[in-house]
Write a protein that binds this ligand. Structure first.
Ligand SMILES: [Zn+2]
Length: 240
């Protein structure tokens, strides 16, 4: 199993690793550890590069396949051999934008649950833009403006963002986690990673986040639409 460095240090931009496996079908490699996020929970996977003493490889996509994290490499270089040592580098600008966006999405969830009791039903994001679906009966311009203001207030409140990895039984005792459907976690998962925006939001989450809400910058709700009677979608842009 690959040691997933991003789970405990989302600010790691470079790391040394060894190739422990190849995925010939996808022109990819598996490492002993990685800082590349493989995607999940709405956050896209990272891109970047690997450097050995001879060759530079472009990492064009990272994906979890079964219980492996596979780094897909550009086809113009042959795969590095098993046992090769390399230095991995994230495309940090893109990753940091995704961290800001992901944390912004959790602040939005936290505000909407706190102020309206509405749960999130889905979401997706790209660098500096995201969308989320909430169990809302109505959505209108004034409400959207109120939500935007409340989210920007929480960003400005400089709330700390904490990440912890808890034993399953302990995580199940946290009431806030129940609403984010922690009970849907497969039986086999013995540890639960939780992301807390202190005083606002707590979720079981695998993604990478900034360490303080102020790093988000600010958000703008750019659009909203109805996706059903009790499902409304909100589109958000993240700005400096
Ligand atoms: Zn998340």
């Amino acid at each position: 199993m690959t040691n997933l460095l991003y789970q405990t240090d989302s600010y790691l931009k470079e790391f040394d690793a060894q190739v422990v496996g190849q995925d010939l079908e996808n022109h990819g490699v598996i490492l002993d550890h990685t800082a590349f996020y493989p995607g999940g929970g709405g956050q896209p996977g990272d891109t970047g590069s690997f450097q050995t003493n001879k060759t530079e490889y472009l990492v064009i996509k990272v994906k979890r396949i079964g219980d492996q994290v596979v780094h897909f490499l550009s086809n113009d270089t042959p795969l590095p051999e098993i046992g090769s040592q390399l230095r991995g580098r994230l495309n940090w600008e893109r990753r940091y934008q995704l961290m800001r966006t992901h944390t912004a999405m959790h602040i939005l969830c936290g505000v909407i649950f706190r102020d309206y009791g509405a749960s999130v039903t889905g979401g997706d994001m790209d660098p500096l833009q995201g969308r989320m679906d909430f169990e809302f009966e109505t959505m209108h311009k004034d409400l959207v403006q109120t939500i935007e203001n409340a989210v920007n207030q929480e960003i400005a409140n400089a709330r700390e963002v904490r990440v912890a990895i808890l034993p399953r039984q302990e995580a199940f005792k946290i009431p806030d986690l129940i609403r984010t459907k922690i009970n849907l976690l497969p039986e086999g998962i013995q540890q639960v990673r939780v992301v807390e925006i202190v005083g606002l939001d707590l979720q079981a989450d695998g993604g990478t986040h900034v360490k303080n809400s102020v790093e988000v910058g600010h958000i703008r709700v750019v659009d909203y639409k109805s996706k059903g009677k009790i499902n409304k979608r909100i589109y958000v842009e993240v700005l400096d």
